[in-house]
Design a protein around this ligand. Structure first.
Ligand SMILES: Cc1cc2nc3c(=O)[nH]c(=O)nc-3n(C[C@H](O)[C@H](O)[C@H](O)COP(=O)(O)O)c2cc1C
Length: 225
């Protein structure tokens, strides 16, 4: 396929994607297509390669009902989505520079030689988190950093879905503390190592959306030459 065609396909997907308020409840995404969407999430980039996320696919009706009571932004999506994903982010317990999670991740996933790990975390990562990004101010600053990474996966998954004709809706219209409580009761937060970051619903649209509205390019792009 030529680059021109590829570009057109990608732009078409961005035009096709819209925040779907309600899905056709009779249409299910195939296992193969949903695996593809999850794989795009898994392959997404993250700061210093930490992959500070977990994708929880909620197909259980009772849990969806519970979430609906505290998620004003997902009223139409929770009952109708073919697949509903909670994107969890790792908390300070796992994302502080010298956490066991980071050390294990460097060793087992990124395959750093064992002898360099202590220096990397206590020198490079400490400096980066403490001095460059000011992430160690409080638990929230570190959690929000992990949460930012999850939004990259979120965007990639929605775009990839759109490229194969699947609709989606990102969701942060919910009461965080209430969702936290529900997920804690369900035993999904790994003793405080994970917390809710954002949600995303996938499925097939029930109705056509209104035309897309966006600012003009010159309102959002500045060139310095
Ligand atoms: C991080 C994020 C959270 C969002 N939360 C919700 C939500 O809770 N419920 C909802 O219906 N739409 C939600 N939206 C959708 C936006 O309102 C929508 O993307 C925006 O109005 C632009 O419209 P479009 O996506 O259809 O082009 C969210 C979007 C983003 C990026």
């Amino acid at each position: 396929m030529s680059n021109e065609l590829k570009k057109q396909e990608i732009i078409d997907a961005y035009r096709f994607r819209h925040a779907t308020k309600k899905f056709d409840p009779t249409k299910k995404i195939s296992d193969e297509d949903f695996e593809f969407i999850l794989e795009v999430g898994r392959l997404s980039p993250s700061s210093i390669g930490l992959e500070p996320w977990q994708f929880v696919v909620v197909q259980n009706e009772q849990l969806r009902e519970k979430l609906k009571t505290v998620s004003w932004g997902a009223q139409g999506q929770l009952p109708t989505a073919s697949h509903f994903v909670l994107i969890l982010a790792r908390t300070m317990k796992d994302t502080k520079y010298d956490s066991d999670y980071i050390k294990n991740h460097l060793k087992q996933v990124i395959k750093y030689p064992e002898e360099v790990i202590e220096t990397v975390v206590n020198d490079k990562f400490k400096n980066f988190q403490e001095k460059d990004l000011l992430l160690l101010e409080n638990e929230r600053t570190l959690f929000d950093w992990a949460s930012k990474q999850t939004y990259i996966a979120l965007g990639n998954m929605m775009t990839a879905a759109a490229q194969i004709g699947i609709d989606s809706c990102p969701i942060e219209g919910f009461h965080y503390q209430s969702v936290h409580k529900i997920l804690e009761e369900e035993g999904l937060l790994e003793d405080g190592h994970l917390d809710i970051s954002v949600m995303v619903a996938f499925g097939y649209r029930e109705a056509e959306p209104r035309p897309k509205t966006r600012k003009k390019r010159e309102q959002v792009v500045k060139w310095i030459e």
